[in-house]
Design a protein around this ligand. Structure first.
Ligand code: DC
Length: 229
């Protein structure tokens, strides 16, 4: 079977990462969560006071961005990639509401996207990769052999994020999460640079009423079809 590139795009909190991660593990491909990279840059901004009530200090971020190193290191136990910001494991911190509420405006900045896309293209140069995000099939790898566009209703996505945060012990509020999901959908889909949209040749999956094993099986079947073409 030939090695291919798999692009999984879609709305926030629709379970893209869960699907992508489990497929990558099953088929022995590298998994890259591009959202984690934007989250890590956002954490950097928060920690360095680059986000204030007046918005993002774009000038300072542009100057400092070449020194913001985001990469992934494998967890020796789970074998899953852990996001590192300048050498520090930030996997937990980047998933908090504090970061979720600030990440969309950071991800909408053209110069931030350019820098991230460059790194993402390098990571996928050898193929054999499953990458998830918003612009993988449209901008990062427009020639990917398999493109999936995942969606689910906003209420179901908010419930999933609520369950995920609660399971991690974070105190959260469903209404606040739903508001954040809708806000992020809006910013991600209407931004000027690389807005979230389905690539013309992507296969759409609405997983609102699918279990995780059902999604996994569906995706594996799409992979087998694409890799044998
Ligand atoms: O998938 P996620 O929720 O972790 O993504 C975090 C944010 O980053 C989300 O608001 C959209 C943005 N993002 C993006 O603009 N492009 C990507 N390739 C991945 C994520």
């Amino acid at each position: 079977m030939k090695k291919i590139t798999i692009a999984i795009d879609g709305h926030s909190s629709c379970g893209k990462s869960t699907m992508a991660k489990s497929l990558a593990r099953e088929i022995g491909y590298i998994y890259i969560d591009t959202g984690a990279m934007y989250r890590a840059v956002t954490l950097y901004c928060i920690e360095n006071n680059l986000i204030t009530e007046d918005g993002i200090n774009e000038k300072a971020l542009k100057e400092q961005l070449p020194n913001v190193r985001v990469d992934f290191q494998q967890d020796p136990e789970t074998k899953l990639p852990l996001t590192h910001l300048n050498g520090r494991n930030v996997e937990r911190e980047i998933r908090t509401m504090a970061v979720s509420t600030k990440v969309s405006p950071v991800a909408a900045l053209g110069f931030v996207r350019e820098a991230m896309v460059r790194q993402q293209q390098l990571m996928g140069e050898q193929k054999g990769i499953v990458m998830d995000g918003r612009d993988v099939g449209t901008v990062i790898f427009p020639n990917a052999e398999l493109k999936i566009f995942v969606t689910a209703s906003a209420e179901i996505r908010a419930q999933r994020r609520y369950d995920e945060l609660t399971a991690k012990g974070e105190t959260c509020n469903y209404e606040e999460i739903l508001k954040n999901v809708l806000e992020r959908d809006h910013i991600d889909s209407t931004r000027a640079v690389s807005p979230l949209r389905k690539a013309d040749d992507a296969i759409e999956l609405d997983n609102s009423h699918m279990t995780i094993p059902e999604q996994k099986e569906w995706l594996l079947a799409r992979f087998n079809e694409a890799a044998q073409k």
